[in-house]
Write a protein that binds this ligand. Structure first.
Ligand code: GLC
Length: 733
């Protein structure tokens, strides 16, 4: 659809003049407070117009393979919101022009899944968490916001902050790992990055915390299924990231698909109203997930879509995403006295409030700039590359094989990921393009060109049975000094509707690795994947293992930099890597066994410890932790205090160290995990120097716990502060 810039400018100018002339109602007066404008507008609306605002449809070519909606119909101007699959601001402007021509001229709210970048795709969230750099993640979200808003998208369905402990579940890729505190820190950073201090700015968007709540507990790692979550676990594991996001000012929340112990997330009054609105005071609105209202029928809590609409709306879901539930049934529900107009007005008011806060009424059109100015700006690419670099985790480095010695003159670059550029984008990267990716091969050529010869052989596909490429790969390995073996997952293997029964890589990749191992050259295993992998078959084969994750458009250069030593890896896992799929769920903050001795109750056939722990990550330098420094060891329950530790870089090169501060409460009225992350700090430490790391402890926040009613408490008694190898006892009186 080609529109001349002149025509669009004329339309925009013309409409502005028309809108200026039409400014005769208070809701159109930009000088009035938002509350007044909303109240005036709602008072003027018919029921049909109100129901239009509670409805979200789609606009643009639907490219999300998990949600096959109808080809886009003719979206009515009275529609409250659309999921915009396009990226053309001119289509956005035409839709807004249509909306402004309706009786009340309410602009449409354009939403989209901007999960880890819009066009400048940066690492998946599970990788971002391994950077332990919330400031950089905030910057990355600001880049995404700028690109999204330039296309007309003013609302992102992000951040996804579902604590996940089962890597068979494909959506573990989308969140910040297995720990509630970590997800909360990155939730707040994302909200700040997306929303900034003024959402009406041309480079900011509204955030949406999802999927509220407990979706990560999906039974057996499948998707859309039941989740058994006690009230206690809701409060101590799944709700905290959402509370952090709400406290950071998140504009919206998305209700989840999953059945939460008999009450689905999209029809759960306790969570959607009692907790979110009454206790946390959330003034924004809740949008359902795609179809999650009509799916209440499948889940057996509603007889039909009308009853589903009633259950979801009265539970506290304000906007209907692609269910066709509210618009057709709400009038009857009101006539039957099951829904009140006051409830409808509250929902509409929440949605209109966000539209005013986003500036959609006063600046409904997007300035159309050329695509080259909208996306992939050098500063944006630099943020993506830096985040990819900081997300890389060095899992293993036997005999210091890495960084590669200058004596290495021939590198065999083998595996399906060597040129699997599109898969480096990861899930939820629909506006990302393969041609945007600076891939592994490019990175290696750039880094090692003129220093080492690259012998390239794909060896095999990601899956399947075809071993015909093995011979060429063996020849390359035989002729090389070192093998860099690049394996991993296709981007479709994680994300939504991407559950896998095993987290081991397909047999063909394992067979290729074993064939290469038989050549006898040192092997660096590079992994690009969207979930923790079972590596027990690969770990013995590789001297070094580098977790690249799915780094987005700028992965090749950081990876090559790590292999050459230009980059000192600093990433640490925010999710446990099980030794075997059979160990799942396995996570660091587990409760203590009743018999934690002598292997009681553990597996008879495999180890019961993970291959790589939460927080694991190696560096090219070494860090020595000093003693924990406390002002004293006894405190009153309400007394805040500071704990310190000095860390020294005892190696010969600068490095970045993230210090994780854990606590343990060995005796509590509710059993508690063996350790709980409560703070982390990341600093660069030059070789030979030391830096002090500090944890300001507030006993209620950091030593206390929460009960099944969401009550936070702290009890007198012994506590342990765990940092590095240290475990220091303190007493609360
Ligand atoms: C999907 C996902 C959700 C996404 C929404 C819109 O089904 O569950 O994360 O935001 O639909 O695409």
């Amino acid at each position: 659809m080609i529109f001349s810039a002149t025509l669009m400018m004329a339309l925009a100018t013309g409409l502005t003049t028309q809108a200026e002339q039409a400014k005769k109602h208070p809701y159109q007066d930009v000088k009035r407070p938002v509350e007044e404008r909303v109240a005036d507008l709602v008072a003027r609306m018919t029921l049909e117009e109100k129901l239009g605002q509670l409805t979200q449809l789609t606009l643009g070519q639907n490219t999300n393979h998990n949600n096959i909606a109808d080809p886009v119909g003719d979206v009515a101007g009275e529609t409250g919101s659309v999921i915009y699959f396009g990226e053309d601001p001119e289509i956005h402007n035409l839709m807004q022009e249509k909306a402004l021509k309706t009786r009340l001229g309410i602009p449409v709210l354009f939403g989209y899944d901007v999960i880890h970048g819009f066009r400048t795709i940066y690492p998946i969230s599970l990788a971002q968490a391994a950077s332990w750099d919330p400031e950089l993640v905030e910057l990355a979200c600001a880049v995404a916001a700028r690109e999204a808003r330039a296309s007309g998208v003013a609302w992102t369905f992000s951040p996804m902050i579902d604590v996940a402990r089962d890597p068979r579940w494909g959506r573990i890729a989308e969140g910040y790992g297995e720990d509630a505190y970590t997800n909360g820190v990155f939730a707040a950073a994302s909200v700040r990055g997306y929303q900034g201090s003024d959402m009406s700015a041309a480079d900011r968007v509204a955030a949406c915390l999802k999927h509220y709540v407990g979706y990560g507990a999906s039974e057996a790692g499948k998707d859309y299924v039941y989740t058994e979550i006690s009230r206690q676990t809701l409060w101590d594991t799944y709700l905290p990231p959402y509370q952090a996001g709400i406290e950071a000012g998140a504009a919206t929340v998305m209700s989840s698909f999953n059945d939460i112990s008999g009450v689905p997330g999209s029809a759960n009054p306790y969570l959607l109203t009692e907790v979110l609105k009454n206790r946390w005071g959330h003034k924004g609105f809740v949008v359902s997930d795609w179809g999650s209202i009509q799916q209440l029928v499948n889940q057996g809590v509603a007889a039909d879509n009308k009853e589903a609409a009633l259950k979801a709306f009265t539970a506290g879901v304000e906007m209907d995403m692609m269910n066709g539930a509210y618009a057709p049934h709400m009038a009857a529900l009101i006539d039957e006295g099951k829904v009140t107009m006051a409830q409808v007005d509250d929902a509409v008011s929440r949605i209109l409030t966000l539209k005013f806060q986003l500036g959609l009424f006063d600046k409904p059109f997007v300035k159309v700039v050329p695509e080259s100015e909208r996306y992939l700006q050098p500063a944006s690419l630099a943020v993506a590359e830096k985040l990819a670099e900081e997300s890389i985790v060095l899992l293993k480095n036997k005999d210091g094989l890495l960084p590669l010695s200058a004596d290495v003159k021939r590198i065999a670059l083998i595996g399906p990921m060597v040129e699997g550029d599109t898969h480096l984008l990861g899930s939820w990267s629909f506006h990302g393009r393969e041609e945007d990716v600076f891939g592994i091969l490019e990175g290696m050529k750039g880094e090692f060109g003129g220093k080492a010869e690259l012998l390239i052989a794909r060896g095999s596909d990601f899956d399947g049975e075809d071993r015909s490429g093995f011979e060429e790969a063996v020849r390359a390995a035989s002729a090389a000094d070192v093998v860099v073996l690049c394996l991993g997952e296709k981007k479709q293997w994680s994300g939504e509707n991407a559950s896998r029964s095993t987290i081991a890589l397909p047999e063909i990749q394992q067979a290729l690795a074993e064939e290469i191992a038989r050549v006898g050259k040192p092997v660096v295993l590079v992994l690009s994947n969207g979930r923790p992998l079972e590596l027990r078959g690969l770990e013995p084969i590789a001297e070094s293992i580098v977790e690249l994750w799915q780094p987005g458009v700028a992965g090749g250069r950081p990876l090559a930099g790590v292999l050459s030593g230009r980059v000192n890896p600093s990433g640490k896992l925010a999710v446990t890597f099980p030794y075997s799929t059979g160990q799942i769920p396995i996570y660091y903050n587990h409760r203590q066994s009743a018999r934690p001795w002598g292997g009681q109750g553990l597996y008879q056939d495999i180890p019961s410890t993970p291959l790589y722990d939460f927080g694991h990550g190696l560096s090219y330098t070494t860090f020595q932790y000093g003693d924990v420094v406390l002002p004293k060891t006894e405190f009153t329950v309400g007394e805040k205090f500071t704990v310190r530790i000095s860390v020294r870089n005892s190696g010969d090169r600068s490095g970045i160290e993230t210090v994780h501060w854990f606590i343990n409460d060995p005796v509590c009225s509710i059993s508690r995990p063996v350790k709980e992350l409560k703070h982390f700090e990341r600093q660069e430490i030059p070789a030979g120097e030391s830096r002090e790391f500090v944890f300001d402890i507030d006993p209620l926040r950091d030593l206390g716990y929460v009960d099944a009613d969401g009550r936070h408490f702290v009890e007198p008694g012994d506590y342990f502060i765990i940092v590095g190898e240290a475990r220091v006892r303190i007493v609360l009186k």
